[in-house]
Design a protein around this ligand. Structure first.
Ligand code: SAM
Length: 252
């Protein structure tokens, strides 16, 4: 049985039993191999744009004796699929902008897909935004830390035409006495902010450190709209601090 990292295990848990799966950007095809071995999915497609990882995936599938169940396909994003071929898609371990562009470019290939499990390494807000504006309901969010890195996993299900959309999920709301705008919910996670675990606070402390570093760089810069950029940065830093302070206060 192939062994998964904690991050991939968490993603695996979200794949519906019996789904026809495509794992896009599969690299060594660990996730589909595990899911077939576990009996979670009967078969899977492992998509890879790069030849090296695709060959590694082929080897993995062969070594696991699963050549009849997992098909490794070389190609860009969802282009490796036919519409209606799978009903669940996982895309993990890339930036949010790349994940959104893969979904965008291959939207027609998502016909028949009812579940998306997405794990952006950065730019989670871009993925949430894409889902919200393309008829997908964000059904759940998970955050975890492994080997000093923090990951978010976003699970989305296709909305029915009669569904209202995610407007309510992202409507300005009061969380523990603080009004959070739709933009902040897109950025920080509409479910995660509700009862944030310690790892969520750690993530945002880390983001604050990054913003502070950018501010120090700006302080040394003399070109461009430094004042404007500094003001925007200050606003962002104080807004995040305010959210953290407020949500932390509520922790027992
Ligand atoms: N999904 C695995 C995981 O989460 O452990 C592997 C992540 S690895 C960091 C990202 C993989 O995505 C690489 O193997 C890369 O070749 C592949 N990739 C990047 N862009 C892609 C695209 N447009 N279509 C398919 N695969 C892509």
């Amino acid at each position: 049985m192939v062994k998964l990292s904690q991050r991939l295990l968490e993603i695996a848990k979200k794949v519906p039993q019996g789904a026809k799966l495509a794992d896009i950007g599969s690299d060594h095809a660990l996730l589909p191999t595990y899911l077939v071995q576990q009996g979670t999915v009967p078969s899977a497609v492992a998509g890879e744009v790069n030849r090296g990882p695709a060959e590694a995936a082929q080897r993995q599938v062969r070594d696991a004796n699963l050549s009849g169940r997992i098909e490794v396909r070389l190609g860009d994003g969802l282009s490796v699929l036919q519409p209606g071929e799978v009903d669940a898609v996982t895309i993990a371990g890339m930036g949010g902008a790349l994940i959104a562009s893969i979904l965008d470019a291959g939207e027609d290939k998502l016909a028949g897909v009812s579940t998306l499990i997405l794990q952006p390494n950065v730019g989670e807000d871009i993925v949430r935004w894409w889902l919200r504006s393309h008829g997908w309901h964000l059904a759940g969010e998970t955050i975890l830390e492994e080997d000093g890195k923090i990951y978010e996993i976003l699970t989305a299900v296709r909305m029915k035409p009669e569904d209202e959309g995610d407007a309510a999920l992202y409507a300005d709301r009061i969380v523990h006495g603080l009004t959070l705008s739709g933009d902040k919910l897109l950025q920080m996670g509409p479910y995660l902010v509700q009862d944030p675990p310690a790892v969520w606070f750690a993530k945002w402390e880390y983001e604050l450190d990054k913003l502070a570093m950018i501010r120090r760089q700006l302080d040394r810069s003399v070109t461009g709209n430094v004042e404007e950029k500094r003001a925007a940065l200050e606003t962002e830093i104080s807004r995040i601090k305010e959210v953290l302070e407020c949500l932390r206060k509520d922790k027992p």
